[in-house]
Design a binder for this molecule. Structure first.
Ligand SMILES: CC(C)(COP(=O)(O)OP(=O)(O)OC[C@H]1O[C@@H](n2cnc3c(N)ncnc32)[C@H](O)[C@@H]1OP(=O)(O)O)[C@@H](O)C(=O)NCCC(=O)NCCS
Length: 170
């Protein structure tokens, strides 16, 4: 399987948004369960988060970037980063579409993100995930992230979540 990763431009973001909104319409899908149901996120938040306008704003604002993994020109996963300070970025999300997980693609995508951030002077990458997100936690731990904090937070949609913070020095 030949996987190509690139930083998204406006055209990529348009396709990504369409694809995500379509995938998330299937309420039985793994992607909907993993990213929406598990965190009790209301539909309107999800629709807004993945709306084309939101994603276009993210890549043009300057402090955020989207990276896409393609196989034969087809999107199979993506990651989004947000700069928190001159030397620190947050991995806001990384998602490999269900049919493509556990094949090393998440790691390949993450490595691409890391080299790009390093080129831009970033030396620390942090990520927040659910305390019970075993798969995501193993993925981060396997990739060298260190657990630095555990907390219970109030989400904007009114649900309390137990979250953990991981950090990777680049
Ligand atoms: C987490 C995620 C991005 C990992 O991507 P991936 O392409 O499947 O990961 P890789 O194949 O590169 O796996 C690297 C390592 O992570 C760990 N890992 C990944 N998926 C795992 C799983 N389902 N169960 C246990 N460990 C897992 C393993 O240690 C794995 O190494 P191994 O296969 O040699 O044992 C992907 O599973 C995903 O999109 N999950 C749903 C969304 C999500 O939870 N995103 C993170 C929070 S936004």
């Amino acid at each position: 399987m030949v996987v190509v990763v690139k930083k998204a431009d406006a055209e990529d973001v348009k396709i990504l948004s369409k694809k995500l909104l379509l995938l998330l319409e299937d309420k039985q899908s793994q992607i909907y369960i993993d990213n929406v149901v598990k965190f009790g996120i209301p539909d309107e938040y999800v629709k807004k988060a993945f709306a084309e306008e939101t994603l276009q704003k993210a890549i043009t604002k300057g402090n955020s970037a989207i990276y896409i993994a393609f196989e034969n020109g087809k999107i199979i996963g993506f990651a989004q980063t947000i700069k928190q300070a001159a030397d620190t970025a947050e991995l806001d999300r990384i998602i490999i579409f269900p049919a493509y997980t556990r094949k090393g693609i998440g790691t390949q995508l993450l490595n691409h993100v890391i080299s790009d951030l390093k080129e831009n002077g970033v030396s620390a990458l942090v990520v927040y995930t659910g305390k019970n997100e075993t798969q995501a936690r193993r993925f981060y731990e396997k990739n060298g992230f260190e657990l630095i904090k555990e907390a219970t937070v109030d989400t904007p949609w009114g649900v309390k979540l137990d979250i953990v913070t991981y950090k990777l020095c680049l």
